[in-house]
Design a protein around this ligand. Sequence first.
Ligand SMILES: Cc1ncc(COP(=O)(O)O)c(C=O)c1O
Length: 358
Amino acid sequence: MEAVHQVMTSGWITQGPKVRELEAGFARLCGTRHAVATNTGTAALQVALLALGIGPGDEVITTPLSCIASANPICFQGARPVFADVDPETYNLDAREVEKRITPRTKAVLPVHLFGHPVDLDPLLHVASQHALPVIEDASQATGALYKGRRVGGFGRVGCFSLYANKIVTSGEGGVVVTADTDLADRMMAIRNFGQLPGQHFLHAYLGGNYKMMDLSATIGCVQLGKIDAYIERRRLNVAALNAALSELGGLIQQVPSERPYARAVYFGYHMLFRTASLRQRAEAALHAAGVETRPFFSLITDQAPYLALGFDPAETPVAADLASRGLYVSNSPDLTAEDRTLVVETLTGVARTLGVA
Ligand SMILES: Cc1ncc(COP(=O)(O)O)c(C=O)c1O
């Protein structure tokens, strides 16, 4: 509250010193030279695609299992998303599936660190570099996650973050793009401000929009960023407690959150893969009846109306389609209490017992 009050009385409501402070903080976090703040994570992806010159006729390979905002900016550019299938254990893009889909029209690869678990980046970066393709990391759910000891977002040509209210670090609404590439950073700074060159009023070098973050949001983001390690620790403790308590329910739940050896995840949500779609439905109904909010494993993007209209077929990525039908997640907020966790565990235990799968 104090930080917000300071901004309100500083004379800088929109983009100003707090935005620069937040950008410096993200650049430090990711070990990149630059960071460019935007008003949403969707805008961060859009600005990155614009700056990379991706447009009509181009293809961008991405995952079908994510928030639809990962793919929509590709369509906004008049380019075509090409969906590759995912790994059944991490739910993230599989580099071998990506390689199969590369064509002369491919202009970028856009992996998503789903649920805050890092994509296995080395094989993906290898495939991309063999074809001279930039990698756009969508780290919206993974602020602070580590891949082989380094924060995600800093591996690709650009890394994009969302600072929406439910994210690891929030500014209410907001986004950030990080990059080591100075030219690209300059372009993105201009593109977020109508393509106007910094300090040169009404001189527009690029086609840009208004993607600027407000200082009012940035000040919240700065406070949050200062607490990132504590937030992540609390999320990790929730997961450890829930995993232990649900370990007896193998007949109901096939897979709970875990980490590959290369990863330190930040666990955006507590996700559960049920043995069958109908078990998922029973669990979902019971959790709702107990007052616990649930979400599916995001969207199977190819199964959403705008993508069906564009001719995409969900059956082309069978692993993602299967995961989407059996997955569910509940909140893994750092504010979750022991009682909140107990309610989830008791409700699911009740379902397993009723169905005789405990
Ligand atoms: C993976 C992913 N990408 C992009 C976005 C879009 O971010 P925003 O809501 O800040 O536009 C989100 C979530 O909101 C997301 O989860």
